[in-house]
Design a binder for this molecule. Structure first.
Ligand code: ZN
Length: 385
């Protein structure tokens, strides 16, 4: 199979990056307001940020809480209003008017759903670790070491990890909640936004109230793992997410083309139900520049979904889903992002620590340099004799 144009299908369009319709997390931010002090490069992890959720703000309250850890030390102790003004000034300079309008509309959209939709299982909206997760996963998170994580994971191909995560009861409840939400959408004829440009079915969990539960999932459970296994792509600084479910079957989306995610780290959990087919296929990690380069012989990997089990991989790991040929498959996706990593990435050209093609190019350059030096030495020896 050829991947030179980045797709397994036979049309000639390049590999896709599905875009979420809108999201709360945005890229942030070196430097400070005009003439002000600079933000810190690394967050002050000891600092406990203020809560901004009681305010009607132009940006997500969570963004303010996250950004607060990057404030210059002299600003950490000042009044909330002062910090708010300082940070708003920064954020306004980094987002365009149209982007702000889009975020504003999206907040209204979300508010409209949340104030009208009645949840079926309220316990899903406040995560309780011991009822959500299987004991092995909880134990590994509590121990919080590479060894403990490895003890519950398999790594079928480098940097693709799979492990059991959710209790069957929680998987079933999540499926029922999604079905209940879709029933409401159908009955009220509410026009919902789908999770991204590549899926016609499925729903954004953040849009109907599950945002803070998924934030907790990212903060307390996925970031500790990513810090160890995906540190070079911002695994330690994941600070925003896009959480959604996708639904496959002969009467739903059937398959999903070859693509990369708009995430640093992707958590993909199969919730059920009964299905055949629908394997995930992976084809190597690539940076933006190399996303359409060929797959090397050791890179292909296929994974068969098992309900309750998660796959954790880099967002830039090229992948797709084969046709779900029977039954009905529902997966929960959490695209985890790091605004710090995204900001730093703008100033980098070489991603050889994670892009296989950058790595290959670097090796070639080194080899060439060695050959040139050798030739030069030989020439000098020739001159001397
Ligand atoms: Zn590259």
């Amino acid at each position: 199979m050829m991947y030179t144009n980045g797709k397994t299908t036979n049309n000639n369009s390049p590999i896709r990056q599905p875009e979420p319709p809108a999201n709360g997390g945005s890229g942030v931010v070196p430097g400070g307001p005009r003439g002000g002090q600079r933000l810190r490069l690394n967050p002050n992890v000891e600092h406990k940020p203020d809560n901004y959720e009681d305010l009607q703000l132009e940006f997500s309250p969570l963004l303010f809480s996250a950004l607060e850890r990057y404030l210059p030390p002299s600003l950490l102790g000042v009044k909330r209003d002062t910090k708010l003004n300082y940070m708003t000034d920064i954020l306004l300079r980094y987002s365009s008017g149209s982007e702000r309008l889009r975020l504003h509309k999206h907040r209204e959209y979300r508010q409209k759903i949340i104030s009208n939709y009645k949840p079926l299982h309220c316990d899903l909206y406040n995560m309780n670790g011991s009822s959500f997760f299987v004991p092995s996963f909880l134990k590994a998170i509590t121990e919080n070491t590479e060894e403990s994580f490895r003890s519950i994971m398999t790594e079928p191909s480098p940097e693709i990890f799979t492990f059991e995560i959710l209790q069957p009861r929680i998987c079933a409840k999540l499926v029922e909640e999604v079905e209940n939400f879709e029933k409401w959408v159908h009955e009220t004829r509410f026009r919902i936004m789908r999770p991204n440009t590549m899926n016609k079915y499925g729903a954004v969990l953040d849009d109907f109230g599950l945002e803070s539960m998924l934030d907790k999932l990212m903060d307390d459970f996925i970031r500790p793992i990513s810090k160890i296994f995906f540190s070079e792509v911002g695994g330690a600084t994941l600070d925003s997410h896009h959480g959604f479910v996708v639904e496959y079957g002969t009467d739903r989306d059937i398959d999903l083309g070859f693509h990369v995610d708009d995430s640093e780290v992707t958590l993909n959990i199969c919730l059920g139900k009964q299905f055949t087919g629908g394997e995930l296929f992976f084809r190597g990690v690539r940076c933006e520049k190399h996303v359409n380069t060929e797959t090397q012989s050791e890179e292909p990997m296929d994974y068969v979904h098992i309900p309750g089990r998660a796959v954790l991989h880099r967002g830039r790991h090229r992948h797709g889903a084969r046709a779900t040929t029977g039954g009905h498959r529902i997966n929960l996706l959490l695209w985890c992002r790091s605004s710090v990593f995204r900001e730093l990435r703008k100033y980098q050209k070489d991603f050889s620590s994670w892009c296989a093609e950058c790595h290959h190019e670097k090796k070639e350059r080194q080899l060439k340099a060695i050959m040139t030096t050798k030739l030069e030495l030989l020439r000098r020896e020739g001159d001397a004799s």
